[in-house]
Write a protein that binds this ligand. Structure first.
Ligand code: IMP
Length: 429
């Protein structure tokens, strides 16, 4: 049985939290395989609202194992406080496991993230300042700390002295206002070490053994494909691979086990932080999307930029992820807009582009080619249970998306809560 890999097809914030939660009810385990506390997944049911950053959002279902795999970066203090918050609301996290190979986000990663952004000035990337870029950079530079190192305090202390010397030298060479104290960091690591290592496991072995036993695994992508370090709008991206194929390398699952990539696509586009956004709207429609869609960043509280659905970008995301099935989210937000537009191509320098541009400066200068659709006024969030209940104009919009992207829209979300979900046919994982 393939493992389902849920990925966002835009710039994040597609509503993956809700769809993960929906699918996790059928899973034995939910795996976060990349990213860290920069992610923010919101799940709502009844009058309860949960905001997950590092804990797999599917863990609200009883009995589901949660795994933070090796490709993730863990901010221990943030994770422990998130766990405390979830546990205090009566949920059991004893089956949350953290890969002993996952890297630790150190305090200086967060300081350097902020300081480097300030140094970039007008060219800032708009990161979440959660230390993600500096942590992944240290992982590649082999200066990082992994969860298993918490088990050997003496070696940890020695390495910390060396790494902090390197970090301080870097900070002072760039005149960054950052002071990195190895002793203080060591003390704080000792404080949380026990609570974290209690959950540390060889999750690679765990995942492979579960797959071999026919267990149902759901991999939960943390960010959108357009933020992928290789396939997104570099450098306006996050620092990990977000494509479905990364589920293998970032969890250690053997490629002998098949995956089923499942995409999440919001019915319009949003982006947080800097970077090209060809379909961005700064008019009343943009305001409508922001207000009705409550488009504010879950992690940073920043307002999200809003725009028309960009199918040219989504087609690229689908190609690099192998997606054939999608959940279309927040369709209800489009109610009340007279004419809808979707981008079906880009023109650059008077030519129609065949492929999504690798270069961010090209993506900044393209002119989207739009296709227009009639909108609808009906409010979709009341009593829409079946596909047939949707207004004809909404069905036309969905059919066009399916045809253009060569996917089937298996789930249509028309509100934030679990009950506002239209499922087409039977969905299993
Ligand atoms: P970083 O991941 O904090 O380094 O930020 C890099 C870029 O990715 C910035 O534009 C962020 O706004 C964006 N980003 C990171 N995580 C998310 C997310 O969960 N949703 C939307 N954008 C994100």
């Amino acid at each position: 049985m393939p493992a389902t890999v849920l990925v966002g097809l835009q710039w994040g914030d597609e509503g993956k939290g809700k769809i993960t939660d929906f699918m996790a009810g059928m899973a034995n385990a939910v795996v976060r395989f990349q990213g860290g506390a920069n992610a923010g997944h919101t799940v709502e049911f009844g009058s309860s609202r949960f905001k997950f950053h590092q804990i797999p959002s599917g863990m609200l279902h009883k009995g589901v194992t949660g795994i933070i795999a090796n490709g993730s970066v863990v901010d221990p203090e943030g994770l422990l406080s998130e766990m405390e918050g979830v546990e205090s609301r009566g949920f059991d996290l004893s089956k949350l496991y953290i890969s002993d190979r996952a890297h630790i986000v150190m305090p200086y990663h967060k300081q350097l993230d902020g300081a480097e952004e300030a140094l970039r000035g007008a060219n800032a990337l708009g990161t979440t300042k959660r230390g993600i870029g500096p942590c992944y950079a240290d992982k590649s530079a082999r200066l990082g700390f992994r969860i298993n190192e918490l088990l050997k305090p003496d070696a940890l202390r020695q390495k910390l002295e060396f790494v902090c010397r390197v970090k301080n030298a870097y900070a002072s060479a760039l005149s960054l206002d950052v002071d990195i104290d190895a002793g203080a960091i060591y003390e704080s690591m000792l404080k949380y070490s026990g609570a974290i290592t209690e959950h540390a496991r060889d999750t690679t072995g765990m995942i492979n053994s579960m797959m071999a036993r026919g267990r149902k695994l759901l991999f939960e992508g943390a960010h959108g494909i357009m933020l992928d370090i290789d396939h997104g709008n570099y450098p306006f991206v996050t620092s990990s691979n977000t494509v479905a194929g990364d589920a293998y390398a970032s969890s250690g699952m053997s490629p002998r086990h098949p995956i089923r990539p499942f995409g999440v696509l919001k019915a319009y586009s949003t982006r947080v932080g800097a970077g090209p956004f060809p379909t961005e709207l700064s008019d009343t429609v943009g305001e409508h999307l922001a207000l009705k869609g409550m488009e504010v960043g879950t992690t940073t509280g920043r307002p999200r930029r809003c725009g028309w659905l960009d199918l040219f970008a989504a087609r690229h995301a689908i190609m690099v992820s192998g997606v054939r099935e999608v959940a279309l989210t927040k369709l209800d937000v489009l109610s009340g807009i007279d004419r809808l537009k979707v981008a079906v191509g880009y023109e650059y320098d008077g030519r129609k582009l065949r492929d999504y541009p690798a270069d961010a400066s090209t993506a900044y200068s393209v002119r989207p080619v739009y296709r227009e659709f009639r909108g609808w006024n009906d409010q979709l969030d009341e009593g829409m249970k079946r596909y047939a209940d949707l207004p004809q104009a909404a069905k036309t919009y969905i059919s066009f998306i399916e045809k253009f992207l060569d996917v089937s829209a298996r789930i249509i979300s028309v509100g934030h809560t679990r009950d506002r979900t239209i499922v087409r046919g039977k969905i299993s994982i």
